[in-house]
Design a protein around this ligand. Structure first.
Ligand code: LLP
Length: 427
């Protein structure tokens, strides 16, 4: 069979009927490390990053990887070594940045519920900026910074009230959302921030949602942001940077998001036209840097043909891959060997967890038999980072591949690790 490039997964291809990620045969990894197994391509991550870097060429820009998408240390190390900053949402994520060798001076801290302890921790580490999400948070951050004799650098996350046209659970820039400061309160919030002695206003921030596959919501958000920048600066408050958040979608199932370089060329043209092209830009991409760099390998445990449905029971479940159960998300599922002798049939691909919601794919045409190995595609983002121990299932192992090399970067959890922190009360 001639090598075929699979949609959205440039580093993934069949060679002589066997699926490879970069130069590594995936079946070999499944055999040596067991399944379920996450495998990530360093080359794919760097290629995705390069598209952003091309888009921002010649500009003052900082790409802060939104590490909630995949916070495994080996993944963070790839981006840290490539010069990225990080968008964090917890003190725990900050510790991961430090553990992976990231630069705290390139860290921005997002999220609606930062605790005082997390603010202190971030100030001690010397992060670049807090993306403040409410007036109440401004007051608390001011207090914490003053108590440490510091000034916290802040940008305010504004809610531009733009519809990103994506799944409602991952839309964040609409009026009814818990995120950001409402458009009409932005100016007074900036005035308050500028008056607080423990804060230094440095920028403005927005993030309108995730898995955005069209350019228009971004263009609308840029226009609304720039209107606000004009108003804020007219009030005498200078803004050094403009942060456009993350949100760019990936190809899961014939989705056609714009390429990052194309999108940014267009957005920067709009910024230039309005006279803001020389600002420092920040972006917080997550999914578009890692989503299509990863696959989850799984073994078929049992086939259970039925009258209404055929079930293909695999050893990966909703605790490993929560996106289908949570968002009815589609992930392509393909065999590791493309010359399977079994007849093609339609299968609901499900996991062993005791919930009807534990499915990975509905109505998939597959030629499978028990013992076969499958790959769940586009599994680099929001899969392992959202995995749980539900049903006392240890989380999967992870492997990073580059060219023809592979390294185990996370050991498989055992049942013992799942309950290691639990304490039986004296009876
Ligand atoms: N910045 C902020 C403030 C965010 O809240 C997010 C994602 C990002 C950046 C990165 O967005 P991305 O480039 O990855 O779209 N679990 C969901 C996605 C949740 C997104 C949460 N915020 C999923 O699996 O689809």
């Amino acid at each position: 069979m001639t090598p075929a490039i699979l949609p959205g997964q440039p580093q993934l291809a069949y060679r002589d009927d066997e699926l490879f990620l970069e130069g590594v045969r995936l079946a070999d990894l499944a055999r040596s490390h067991g399944t379920p197994l996450y495998v990530y391509s360093k080359g794919a991550m760097l290629a995705a990053l390069a598209a952003y870097q091309r888009g921002f060429q010649g500009r003052k820009a900082l790409i802060c990887y939104a590490m909630k998408a995949n916070s495994s240390l080996a993944v963070l190390q790839v981006f840290a070594q490539a010069g990225c900053g990080f968008d964090i949402v917890s003190g725990g994520e900050l510790l991961r940045v430090i553990a992976a060798g990231g630069d705290c001076a390139k860290v921005i801290f997002s999220g609606v519920g930062k605790t005082r302890a997390e603010m202190r921790q971030a100030l001690e580490a010397g992060i670049a900026c807090f993306n403040v999400e409410s007036e109440a948070e401004l007051e608390v951050l001011n207090d914490v910074a003053l108590s440490m004799g510091q000034r916290a650098q802040v940008s305010i996350r504004v809610n531009p009230n733009v519809d990103p046209q994506t799944h409602p659970y991952i839309s964040t820039g609409l009026k009814g959302s818990k995120f950001g400061v409402a458009h009409e309160r932005v100016l007074q919030t900036y005035r308050r921030a500028a008056a607080l002695p423990g804060l230094r206003v440095v920028g403005i921030d927005c993030h309108i949602g995730s898995q955005i596959t069209q350019e228009l919501p971004y263009l609308d958000a840029v226009d609304r942001m720039l209107d606000l920048v004009q108003d804020i600066e007219a009030a005498g408050i200078a803004l050094q940077h403009i942060d456009f958040g993350g949100g760019l979608g990936i190809d899961y199932n014939a989705d056609t998001p714009p390429a990052a370089d194309t999108l940014w060329t267009h957005l920067l043209a709009r910024l230039d036209a309005r006279g803001f092209g020389d600002r420092q830009f920040m972006v917080e991409p997550g999914r578009s840097l890692v989503g299509n760099a990863g696959v989850c390998l799984t073994e078929v445990l049992y086939l259970k043909p039925g009258e209404e449905k055929n079930f293909c029971i695999i050893d990966a479940a909703m605790n490993d891959l929560p996106r289908p159960a949570m968002y009815q998300a589609y992930h392509a599922i393909i065999p590791l060997s493309s010359n399977a002798p079994a007849p093609v049939a339609s299968w609901d691909v499900v996991g062993p967890v005791c919930e009807s919601g534990d499915w990975i794919g509905h109505d998939r045409e597959l030629a499978v038999q028990a013992g076969d190995l499958l790959a769940v595609l586009s599994a680099g983002a929001y899969c392992m980072s959202m995995a749980s121990n539900y049903n006392t299932r240890g989380r999967a192992a992870e492997v990073l591949v580059h060219e023809d090399r592979s390294s185990l970067v996370r050991a498989r959890e055992t049942a013992q690790t799942c309950f290691a922190g639990e304490i039986l009360p004296a009876s």
